[in-house]
Design a protein. Sequence first.
Lengths: 484, 484
Amino acid sequence: MAETSPLPLFRDQLRVVNLGLPSFADDVRAQGVSVVDPAWAPPAAGDARAVAALHELLSWPEAVRARIRQANQEAARRLVAAQPFAVRVRPAREVVPGMHSKLVLHAGPPVTWERMCGPMRGGVIGALMLEGLASTREQAETLAASGEIEFSPCHHHGSVGPMAGIMTASMPVWVLENRAFGNKAYCTLNEGLGKVLRYGAFSEEVLTRLRWMRDELGPALDQALLARGPLDLRSIVAQALQMGDEGHNRNRAGTSLVLRALGPALVESELPREAVARILRFMDGNDHFFLNLTMPACKSAVDPISDIPFSTVISTMARNGTDFGVRLASLPGRWFTAEASLVDGLYLPGFSAADAARDIGDSVITETAGIGGFAMAAAPAIVRFVGGRASDALRLTSQMYDITIAEHDAYQIPALDFRGTPTGIDVVRVVETGILPVVNTGIAHKEPGVGMVGAGLVKPPVACFRDALVAYVDAHGPRARMGG
Amino acid sequence: MAETSPLPLFRDQLRVVNLGLPSFADDVRAQGVSVVDPAWAPPAAGDARAVAALHELLSWPEAVRARIRQANQEAARRLVAAQPFAVRVRPAREVVPGMHSKLVLHAGPPVTWERMCGPMRGGVIGALMLEGLASTREQAETLAASGEIEFSPCHHHGSVGPMAGIMTASMPVWVLENRAFGNKAYCTLNEGLGKVLRYGAFSEEVLTRLRWMRDELGPALDQALLARGPLDLRSIVAQALQMGDEGHNRNRAGTSLVLRALGPALVESELPREAVARILRFMDGNDHFFLNLTMPACKSAVDPISDIPFSTVISTMARNGTDFGVRLASLPGRWFTAEASLVDGLYLPGFSAADAARDIGDSVITETAGIGGFAMAAAPAIVRFVGGRASDALRLTSQMYDITIAEHDAYQIPALDFRGTPTGIDVVRVVETGILPVVNTGIAHKEPGVGMVGAGLVKPPVACFRDALVAYVDAHGPRARMGG
């Protein structure tokens, strides 16, 4: 027995810290000894370039590191202070910066027609037909490949788009204003689930719905907003998080609250009663209606941090179905990209992982601004849609506090005793800990023209975070600071 | 040191179970020894009559105890199978069994005008004025005391009413049908918060709103229901529990879903557009609108268990502000009452516990049917309204599984990995464990005419559960079983 050993190590009551294989701890635990397992891993999973960058960062003088902290505090302040209001719904050509009749905006970082994934090509085809620039799929594909059409990321035009994220001149868009900073953001209206343009479908059913949205829904929402006054999205998102939404893949509460807010003004408008009823039914039938408001709300919240020297906070995450891209607050205009991931998810009947396109869409702007996957603990019911157990939702949100710099003061999680959502991703912490931002998302079919096939959780590729950190260290190192 | 002691007790590693004072465990734990504290207490807290009743129950032959289990299984089956639909909104006089022009229904067990609490008297005064039976408070009080008015519990007329629960002939009521069993239930329309009849207010503002509800709101809702078809409340309650409601004091999601469901039909009705807008604004402005649907939904679910011989399940809990009353499935028609409790809650600015009436209202029908306080884990945000921390919501729901006989298959709690809500309270378990049903509730001012002053959690008085158990044992004991 232990107490008979002559060696103190084997005589005293042991309290073990295990840094080795888990099985070591199991053996010790089996003998009734308490064991602590720190979740230790080598920084940056031992990646040499990333470790070197982290090492250099740690060697910088305290004055520089204070400046970084200050820059990140400023980023946190701006993110949390955002006051997004929906003020109008107008055709993109009237309001979106740089929009013209041959411009097609898309989700994610820049991508050419040649490199576009199937669902994004499908969205482009549908949009060119909607705009009357092509009448068949073949004509649209020829035009798209001809060089006559300009492709550009939504993010370069103050905009965001879910999934393929296609926006063209005639589409009605929400106009959001961040009243804390005066900047604006734009997003198309949500079409619902299934066969829709943003998942790459472009059948007549899809185009008919888009024409109705252009001719009836958009103008009606604009009238209602003008009559009622702007929608305070900071308040509505905060309420929706108390009602089981997380603002990315669960938007039933937010959709309800917007319907409640706009309903009376729609009723009092000049619209025919049957049009009002049609609009209310459309909103009621589409629990993702609110997604296209949380996205520009988040875009309007992150744009004020797009140029904060020395900040290590991520100002954009976005995917185009080919690449996942990241931008940093201190490196405006530079995208760091890596191949977009496959989504781990639940599939609609008749589909499987073999049908899935890679991760796509600007909707990861919600996670960038502290909601969506980062607020999953507010929305345990979402696991029915994206897979997993309710406890996963709590665990994933809790992890995100390890890679963020702030807790949102308005966006709170009841189940965590109203703790603010983890807000503002620090690329240094992501690389150091290897904890990747958690993103929940829809899944598009990989071929153009099919549509949605599922939803799930996705881990962004670690490479673009490492590249961003390396570039940051290069750009802010001693030589750069000396103006060299 | 321990290992030097000659006695095995002091030499071996101890694993202690502490049944004594908690401080014993603390002392042992302070020495690094693991301690288990079973939450043990004497059955029925040592109450002699209750212990005797429990003892007798345990001595009954297995055949009888099997019959009890079978009866309770049947009660569970009926509770969970309920399919409440809202089918119409009609004036009480047309639909509520036994309603007549001199009848005033009230919440809770039977109570005379003389014993009525302040807010219930206030509700009676307002209702008599609304019905044109009195024009002043004094006239109403004289009439109420004259014996000319019949007072009767809502529960005796297939109805339930929140707080004072006053219902008179002209009031519009929801007509619910439990399609699994064909029974009906009725409830007035919710007036909102603050100065309202159900909290004992009866000013002109209150009466004007009630007249509008009678003349415009009630008929409009009826038209919308007829046009749209019945509302499936089983489905809506299930959804609302996924959206942070618990169906008693948090009804924001349910209210939203009902508004979404009825909105289009209201728009398409013959009503003037300004009336439709007024109705939508009223619903949008009153997040408790849905309470008056969850209550009759629950009433319609428990009425089919009001006469199940041998069942120990509670078929009714209700309070009139003077008494808290309980009925058992196997003792139809018998109320077991004890003085209503004071509520532990949060108060509106300017009010305190000194202003509070005792626990009042039929809304505890929600807990009786497995939602409300029993589903608090679905609604952590409710602690902002009733006090406490989010973790309390989880803990309280978890406790309720100890005193219930079933888990609801449709009403599920996301945060508990979709576990069904604890449904069907067994009076034997309540008395044995001393765990009282958790009820969250509004708080009325104790004087007539004031209105709401707060909200909180309340523990029902244990005496009525013990009395019910004693009566049950008397009624089902050997002599009774032999027809003696």
